[in-house]
Ligand binder design. Structure first.
Ligand SMILES: Nc1nc2c(c(=O)[nH]1)N[C@H]1C(S)=C(S)[C@@H](COP(=O)(O)O)O[C@H]1N2
Ligand SMILES: [Mo]
Length: 291
């Protein structure tokens, strides 16, 4: 959600924090020190409560309004962030990005980053909105259509953290690529860390079906990746590029996989689920014509 190098003006969700650029565990008041490492622990009696974010001014395909929520214990963790964004890159938000104000919950499914935000409610239930209750959930594989999914919506938890991921955009699927004098091609695009386990620490690319992997060069848009254990880029995506050997011929494939600071790595593939929610198998492009 947050691109490296962007500098959004921020409204800070927790007033005790000293601003977006200066937030940190040291700043948090004692009752919010996160000694708990799991969002499900209930040291503060917050379990069962949710922060609902809503927009009533824009309709959606499935409803007259839009809303999403996150569990309150997760929202209250001092090592989490929430931005109420008013601008991006020193410009007011555009209407498409949620003007006049939108939430950004980094690490968490974009569905909860409500645009055109008009209310924040702390309640003993998750958001009743369609997109909280009937979408953005990883259903078991036997839910294959609307009918077979029906019995699961009420029992499967809503998606919060997104998993570590990467994608290849160049070359594009089906394109012709030319090898350099060393028999290599340039491969590029982006990677994201899992939940709050950022930053991305490594991306690898393979041109031989995963036999050998080449480390990509990571680009965080000039942000400092060393300071405070990578805090400045913890939530950021990163761009990457690599040169990887590829045999000449048709139907060639490239793969990518990202690792984050929490030790998470993309699996080769994930179990199928309806709508492919949170799919994070290897990034790939197929059908390359290598000359
Ligand atoms: N009000 C409102 N906010 C919304 C949505 C919406 O339909 N209405 N879609 C959500 C979803 S599902 C996503 S993925 C992100 C997309 O944000 P973007 O348009 O800035 O990429 O907005 C979220 N916020
Ligand atoms: Mo979405």
């Amino acid at each position: 959600m947050l691109a490296a190098g962007l500098s959004p003006e921020v409204g800070v969700y927790d007033e005790d924090r000293k601003g977006f650029g200066d937030r940190g565990g040291e700043e948090a008041p004692p009752n919010q020190q996160s000694t708990d490492t799991t969002p499900t622990s209930d040291a503060h009696g917050l379990k069962g409560w949710h922060v609902q974010l809503s927009c009533h001014t824009q309709t959606t395909q499935a409803s007259t309004w839009y809303g999403g929520s996150v569990p309150l214990p997760l929202a209250m963790r001092s090592d989490r962030d929430c931005i109420l964004a008013l601008s991006m890159n020193d410009q007011p938000l555009t209407p498409a990005h949620g003007y006049p104000v939108r939430a950004i919950l980094p690490g968490i499914a974009g569905a909860r980053s409500v645009k055109w935000l008009d209310s924040i409610t702390v309640a003993s239930a998750e958001s009743p909105n369609f997109y909280q209750k009937h979408d953005y959930k990883i259903l078991p594989p036997d839910a294959t259509d609307a009918e077979s999914a029906e019995k699961y919506w009420g029992v499967v938890e809503g998606l919060n953290d997104m998993p570590v991921n990467s994608a290849i955009a160049f070359p594009g699927q089906g394109e012709q690529v030319e090898r350099d004098a060393d028999g290599k091609v340039e491969v590029r695009r982006y990677a994201l860390p899992g939940g709050d386990h950022g930053p991305v620490v490594r991306v690898q690319v393979s041109g031989d079906e995963g036999e050998r992997w080449v480390d990509a060069e990571l680009d965080f848009g000039g942000l400092d990746t060393e300071k405070d254990g990578g805090r400045e880029v913890k939530w950021a995506w990163c761009l990457w590029k690599a040169k990887v050997g590829l045999e000449k011929g048709d139907g060639k494939r490239l793969l990518s996989r990202a690792y984050d600071q929490g030790g998470n790595v993309q699996p080769e593939r994930c179990e199928w689920n309806l709508r492919g929610v949170a799919y994070n198998g290897y990034g790939e492009v197929r059908d390359l014509h290598v000359v």
